[in-house]
Write a protein that binds this ligand. Sequence first.
Ligand code: 3PG
Length: 318
Amino acid sequence: MKVLANDGISKSGIKTLEKAGFEVLTTKVAQEQVANYINTHDIKVILVRSATKVKQDIIDACPGIQIIGRGGVGMDNIDVDYARSKGIHVINTPASSSESVAELVFAHLFTGIRFLHDANRNMPLEGDTNFNGLKKAYAEGLELRGKTLGIIGFGRIGQAVAKMALGLGMRVIAADKYVSDATIRVDFYNGQFINVDMITEPLEDVLKHSDFITIHVPAQDGYVLDKAEFDIMKNDVGIVNCARGGVINEVALVEALDAEKVLFAGLDVFENEPTPEIQILMHPKISLTPHIGAATLEAQDRIGTELAEQIISLLKNK
Ligand SMILES: O=C(O)[C@H](O)COP(=O)(O)O
């Protein structure tokens, strides 16, 4: 039985699938060729990350598909309900990348408070006379310890961020439409841990009281952070988005950065992907990464193995 991993899959995933008798194809087929490729190669399982879209057109064109697998969390590139209504299994790996995404949040936070994005762009060339000016700006860096981190969206990833923030000595507050409380287990390398009980707060309170805000909600209709939300935040707040483009109004964000309301932004996701708007790309106060929250060897390894195990249990153990 053939599996097409159109956006790639880890070696561990391929090995597990091959051991169970599947043939795994990792050819990167262009979006417009996907349906034809699936049909001509008799593919039964299509695996994607966020790049390949599996919408109604592909589902209708490929009646042989039995499983659509998303290696990762967000399924906004798949018509999940429609696929399920046609009897197709749709699977993802919701827990595999939480730690990696959370670590990227802190990469952006540390970058923002110590101006790494600016330093990387502006280290002096020989004869450059501006560096002392830069050094003075960099001397206005901040520490995370003792600051308040506001987490919007308190699911698995939001809670993984909370765990790291508590470990760094930050105060953590969170808002979530659906989660009212959570116990955060802050665990240490030596096996010791402490549990911290948290109750979520209204969004407005989180916006008002946070020194830094990080957002962890799925793709949705409408912005979560728009001008009205920026207006009630503290001055010099830092913003991080490693969730989905489209949850922050980028025009309002740029205005807030230019008005010195927001100190910096760390963005892994954009309204336009893979190429963000030029105002975002070139902005001196924005630290940029190209949607790499889950792009660690460890996360991809877990994702590949977890997908493979789900496929085997759905198709081999019937
Ligand atoms: O939803 C996810 O899992 C992340 O956005 C990662 O997306 P990617 O698999 O395309 O890196």
